[in-house]
Design a protein around this ligand. Structure first.
Ligand SMILES: Cc1cc2nc3c(=O)[nH]c(=O)nc-3n(C[C@H](O)[C@H](O)[C@H](O)COP(=O)(O)OP(=O)(O)OC[C@H]3O[C@@H](n4cnc5c(N)ncnc54)[C@H](O)[C@@H]3O)c2cc1C
Ligand code: SF4
Length: 507
């Protein structure tokens, strides 16, 4: 059982025979260092693993568990599995398909080396198997989430009224893009946060000792670490935030990390929650009249649509997907991504909150940290490593397509139909960040020009030939062509100032 497979109904355990089988789990340094995993993220994984192991033990399951601080711990999943195989000579190793290509590859190699049968089973926590996704993708010139999502709705009957979508519409996105306006979000319901118990406190001390130089702080750790807490977090969201979720899904507000989001991605990705129960709870809230359809459809689309879709993209395109760089971006990631030490209010707020909690909501990831890296031209692999390191919900199958495909357009359009690019005016419309920022989102040049706005026009200019082939970019390019050659030259010169030599993050 791996650290993101903490469900007792896992396929790996389906025919578990307590008389002759044992569960193997290992905490290893490599999983926290192949990217510099933040203290929040490592703490969550280790604490959740220990809580799950304790539960298995209570059930009388024979457990082989290596702790991170065990003196004989060899530090990698592969070498720890080898040790276990040598010690027990198992007839076979059974596992649920892991969430990362690298891990599957390493485990396969160990099994081959020791001539042990390896039984890799489907992960039934997802609605769609990788084979089904591949069949959906076959023969299509372009993959689009919306068509996949409709297929999933029909297949599962979720939010369906016979053969038709409930409410007569597949998608209520147009109603889900409000900002908070000048008055702000008002009183936001407090999120579910959980006081660390003895086990989590022990992990926090270990993480602070072993990974003291890793990003972020674990002082305010409050994530659900077991199934009971995860269920509590889900119930709290459904009752207090789901009704507003859709409307304010894209909105941001300075100092407000949680807003009307669910904060359950980490619980879902660790398998503390099953997406079926999450969707059932949201659908039932609608049917009881406790939440409006646009909010419920918007929320369900994220899980039944986007979450399943990105998983399909990952497994049908790995391992080459990891090297995608369609925009030929080569800049280093600015050093301040690891500290939040920047004058740009929107980025400072998103990064500080990320380092404090291991969390930022989707638009902060896509249209603040992701957008800046895309416009600046940061090498996609460095952007991917940052996202995989800093978020508590980061597991490669979901993080990588979101970062490389949606955030950086590095896959050239496999995942998204166009690059998500905008100037600082988008951030101004969706938040109050610009009011406290020394820069002006309306300006592309001059000492107070917003770096997003400068880099936006420069990005369009730099990639104009490639983007001209994309019908969805016509309007944006039309506006670019309204700028005079002198304005474009000044923008290009100013853009270069943001690319002053940066010291890359030292691991
Ligand atoms: C650059 C980038 C990197 C990302 N990295 C991750 C990651 O490592 N892990 C991760 O789970 N999500 C990732 N996402 C998707 C999304 O931002 C997070 O799932 C969401 O912000 C988590 O917060 P929440 O639980 O409050 O979600 P909510 O806003 O409440 O959404 C509900 C749920 O829908 C699912 N969801 C929403 N959007 C997506 C999406 N685009 N892809 C897959 N699932 C989605 C999540 O399970 C989430 O919990 C990333 C997005 C971007 C743009
Ligand atoms: S002015 Fe630009 S940098 Fe400043 S907060 Fe607005 S978008 Fe961000």
């Amino acid at each position: 059982m791996l650290g993101d497979q903490l469900n007792e109904d896992a396929t790996a355990l389906q025919d578990f025979d307590p008389a002759q089988d044992a569960v193997w789990m290992a905490e290893v340094t490599q999983e926290s260092t192949h990217v510099p995993s933040s203290k929040q993220r490592t703490t969550l994984f280790l604490s959740a693993m220990r809580h799950f192991a304790a539960r298995l033990k209570q059930r009388g399951v024979r457990l082989m568990y290596t702790r991170l601080d065990a003196p004989d711990n060899t530090g990698t999943l592969a070498t720890e599995l080898e040790r276990a195989i040598v010690r027990c000579s198992p007839q076979k190793v059974v596992m649920t398909a892991p969430g990362e290509w690298r891990v599957l590859d390493a485990i396969r190699q160990v099994a081959r080396k020791h001539a042990v049968a390896l039984d890799v089973r489907d992960d039934t926590h997802f609605f769609c198997t990788v084979r089904e996704f591949a069949a959906h993708a076959k023969g299509r010139k372009q993959l689009r989430m919306e068509f996949f999502y409709r297929e999933m709705r029909k297949k599962t009957g979720i939010l369906m009224d016979g053969k038709l979508p409930l409410g007569g519409q597949w998608n209520f996105d147009a109603e889900n893009r409000a900002s908070f306006g000048k008055q702000g979000p008002g009183v936001v319901p407090a999120p579910s946060r959980f006081k660390p118990d003895e086990m989590t406190l022990e992990v926090i001390a270990l993480v602070n000792r072993r990974f003291s130089v890793h990003p972020g702080s674990v002082d305010q750790f409050g994530w659900p670490v077991d199934r009971e807490q995860a269920l509590q977090a889900l119930a709290d969201f459904i009752q207090h935030r789901l009704p507003q979720f859709g409307l304010y899904q894209d909105a941001m507000w300075e100092g407000e990390a949680w807003l009307f989001h669910s904060h359950i991605a980490s619980a879902l990705n660790l398998k503390l929650l099953n997406p079926r129960e999450v969707i059932a709870a949201a659908e039932s809230a609608y049917r009881k009249g406790a939440a409006p359809l646009p909010a419920v459809e918007g929320f369900i689309r994220q899980i039944l649509g986007w979450r399943e879709y990105v998983r399909g993209i990952y497994w049908t395109h790995m391992p080459t997907y990891a090297d995608s760089n369609a925009m030929e971006a080569s800049q280093p990631l600015p050093d301040w991504y690891w500290t939040g030490d920047t004058k740009m209010s929107c980025l400072r707020d998103a990064i500080h909150q990320t380092l404090t909690h291991g969390y930022a909501h989707h638009i902060q990831r896509l249209m603040v940290t992701g957008l800046y890296a895309l416009l600046l031209g940061v090498e996609p692999r460095q952007v991917h490593e940052w996202y995989l390191a800093v978020y508590v919900d980061a597991v490669e199958w979901v993080e990588m397509p979101n970062t490389l495909g949606m955030g950086q357009f590095a896959d050239g359009g496999i995942m998204a139909s166009k690059p998500y690019v905008a100037s600082g005016k988008y951030i101004d419309r969706m938040s109050n960040h610009c009011a406290s920022c020394p820069f002006d989102p309306a300006l592309a040049t001059g000492p107070t020009a917003c770096p997003f706005t400068t880099l936006y026009w420069e990005f369009l200019g730099r990639h104009a030939d490639t983007l001209a082939k994309n019908p969805r970019m016509v309007m944006q390019l039309k506006n670019l062509h309204r700028l005079s050659p002198a304005e474009r030259a000044a923008i290009s010169a100013q853009a270069q100032t943001h690319r002053a030599p940066a010291i890359t993050h030292a691991r």
